[in-house]
Design a protein around this ligand. Sequence first.
Ligand SMILES: NC(=O)c1ccc[n+]([C@@H]2O[C@H](COP(=O)([O-])OP(=O)(O)OC[C@H]3O[C@@H](n4cnc5c(N)ncnc54)[C@H](OP(=O)(O)O)[C@@H]3O)[C@@H](O)[C@H]2O)c1
Length: 278
Amino acid sequence: MSPQVAARNVLVVIGTGGMGLAVARRLAAGRRILLADWSAPGLEATVGTLRGEGHEAEGHTVDVSQRDSVEKLAEAAGAAGRVDAVVHTAGVSPVMATARQIYEVDLLGTAHVIDAFLPVASAGTSLVCVASMAGHFASLTADLERHLATAPTDELLEHKELDLNADPGLAYVVAKRANQLRVQAAAHTWGAKGARLNTISPGVISTPMGAQELQGPAGVHIQAMLDLSGARRAGTPDDIASAAAFLTGPDSAFITGNDLLVDGGTVSAQRWNATATA
Ligand SMILES: NC(=O)c1ccc[n+]([C@@H]2O[C@H](COP(=O)([O-])OP(=O)(O)OC[C@H]3O[C@@H](n4cnc5c(N)ncnc54)[C@H](OP(=O)(O)O)[C@@H]3O)[C@@H](O)[C@H]2O)c1
């Protein structure tokens, strides 16, 4: 008689950069892993790393800015088994992208993930989308906030206050605030299936993206923010993986439509200690 092998739940990690790899490693135990990224060489390398560590992993080339690309990934995940955790870490930052790219990847891409994974979500599924502490610095009109939260996804980039040629830093703030709002607005619908979704808003994290930002034009300002923060350091990808483990696990069963700020106290220091020197 052949041995019985328990069916594995499915973990989907979108974006296989610094945070994506840490999240995949943290959540992999006992799960079948689907990894997705638009960069095939990087994706293959990450799949190879996880397989080499004994995990059951497969790669899917996906561009989150394209709706059909994300839908195909969600269909593949649903066909692979019960999807119990989805963590969306793919994104671009101001130092590497134009405002248009930031809106298409960070803002629209997250909306695509929320839409595409709803059909394969079931009781206990948890989706986590990585936003940013940048979203906590946004000051948007009520009309734009309502639009970003609730507009049909194919109309999401059509609003008089969204300038696709804006400064990339401003676009990033708007896109990351949009992620937080979109998740809030979708929680009721996801709840009808017994599923949850939340955002994590990281502060500065030591990944390739975080390093590029620190070396970029805003680097001095970012370092000053870190020096003033409660933790007085940049975060690690593991700090984000810990938050993702919490939000995809049973200890957060009553948390949905919410944002978890994982920034070492950077935002709070900007609000209350911005003139302090130590
Ligand atoms: N690191 C930080 O300090 C920090 C702080 C706050 C928020 N965040 C957010 O955290 C998330 C993860 O960042 P990270 O630090 O892990 O960055 P990362 O190391 O650059 O990883 C991001 C990954 O997303 C991929 N990607 C970019 N555009 C994509 C697309 N259209 N479709 C599919 N994959 C795409 C990238 O591929 P390529 O490398 O080939 O482009 C990369 O593998 C992002 O949403 C970022 O905005 C980061």
